[in-house]
Ligand binder design. Structure first.
Ligand SMILES: Nc1nc2c(ncn2[C@@H]2O[C@H](COP(=O)(O)OP(=O)(O)OP(=O)(O)O)[C@@H](O)[C@H]2O)c(=O)[nH]1
Ligand SMILES: [Mg+2]
Length: 171
C-alpha cells in the first residue's frame, strides 16, 4: 500500500527550517543564509515490510513543506498549512522563548486542525554546550508536553531520527 502524508516545517526567520530539510533530503549543509520565499516543497519515501505479507512493502511518501516565516507570507502560509498531517516547529536554540513557539502551534492548529500532532526541533545545538541543550529541552518538554528533538542541520545530529519518528507516527 502506498500512502502520502504532508509534513509542514514552521518557525521564525533563520531558525534552520530549510537547512534541516536540505540536510535530510540531500545530506548537505551550507553556512550561507538564503531566505525562503513563500514556500518550498520536497518529497521523500519510506518503505516498511508489510505485516500481513512477507513480500509486499508499505510505502510512505512524505511531502515536506518548507513554509517561509515572514509576515508578508502570512496569508499564503495559512493556505499551505491546511491538510498538514504533521507539524515540525523549528526553534533556534540560541533564542528560545515561548513567544517564539506558541504562535506557530496556534497557526498549525488553526489552519490544519486542532488534532494535528507536532514535534519541536531544537536546532543549532552544535553552537551550545550539552548541559545548556539538556536544560532547554527539559523545560520545553514540560511546558509544551511534546517530543523535542535536539537537532543540528550542520552536523546532521538527530535529523534522520526525527523524520523516522514522524514516519512511524504517520503509518
Ligand atoms: N551552526 C548552525 N547553523 C545553522 C544550523 N541550521 C541552520 N543554520 C544556519 O542558519 C542560517 C539560516 O538557516 P535557514 O535554513 O536558511 O533558515 P530558515 O528557517 O529556512 O529561514 P527562512 O527561510 O528565512 O524562514 C543559515 O546561515 C544556516 O547555515 C545548525 O544546525 N547549526
Ligand atoms: Mg528557509
Amino acid at each position: 500500500m502506498r500512502i502520502q502524508k504532508k509534513i509542514s516545517l514552521l518557525g521564525g526567520d533563520g531558525v534552520g527550517k530549510t537547512s534541516i530539510i536540505v540536510r535530510y533530503t540531500k545530506g548537505t549543509f551550507s553556512n550561507s543564509y538564503l531566505v525562503t520565499l513563500g514556500v518550498d516543497f520536497y518529497e521523500t519515501n519510506f518503505t516498511k515490510p508489510s505485516e500481513e505479507s512477507g513480500n509486499s512493502d508499505d510505502e510512505l511518501i512524505m511531502q515536506i513543506w518548507d513554509l517561509a516565516a515572514q509576515i508578508s507570507f502570512k496569508s499564503m502560509r495559512s493556505q499551505y498549512l491546511s491538510y498538514s498531517h504533521y507539524g515540525v516547529i523549528v526553534i533556534d536554540s540560541n533564542r528560545v522563548s515561548p513567544e517564539y513557539i506558541q504562535p506557530w502551534i496556534d497557526d498549525i492548529h488553526k489552519h490544519a486542525g486542532g488534532n494535528v500532532p507536532f514535534v519541536l526541533a531544537l536546532n543549532k545545538i552544535d553552537l551550545l554546550k550539552l548541559e545548556e541543550v539538556a536544560a532547554i529541552t527539559e523545560k520545553l518538554e514540560i511546558e509544551f508536553g511534546v517530543r523535542v528533538f535536539k537537532t543540528s542541520a550542520k552536523t546532521g545530529e538527530n535529523i534522520n531520527n526525527m523524520f523516522r519518528y514522524i514516519a512511524e507516527n504517520l503509518w
